[in-house]
Write a protein of this length. Structure first.
Length: 117
């Protein structure tokens, strides 16, 4: 039994500093890949969102305006073509979209104010 004495790690494989270093570098590479992909997707989404700002302003101005009320009344009276897409005349679609925009702005504000360290 003398060959077992002094070896309290029997059955455990010892990890060399080089193995730990390799594992750490591999983990950091996975983190780099994940973060890089997320940043590229977010950048593309922000580009698309920036391009939609004019459309959002138009919707915001239209919703609740006299023009919207006139269009809504015409739809209620059946004066518009039945095959006309009219989600913009619902009382919730534009409101919900504008609320989603407010929520996203708040989320972005919270994310950018968090210190990563």
């Amino acid at each position: 039994m003398k060959h077992l004495e002094g070896n309290s790690h029997m059955g455990q494989t010892e990890r060399s500093p080089q193995t730990e270093q390799t594992e750490r570098i591999m983990q950091m590479e996975r983190s780099l890949d994940r973060a890089s992909q997320a940043v590229m997707r977010l950048s593309a989404a922000l580009d698309e969102y920036a391009e939609a700002q004019d459309a959002l302003r138009q919707l915001s101005d239209y919703y609740g305006s006299d023009a919207w009320k006139h269009d809504f009344a015409a739809d209620s009276k059946g004066l518009l073509s039945q095959d006309l897409k009219r989600g913009v005349l619902s009382e919730d679609a534009v409101w919900n979209l504008l609320e989603d925009v407010r929520d996203l702005k708040e989320r972005m504000r919270e994310i950018v104010t968090v210190n990563p360290k």
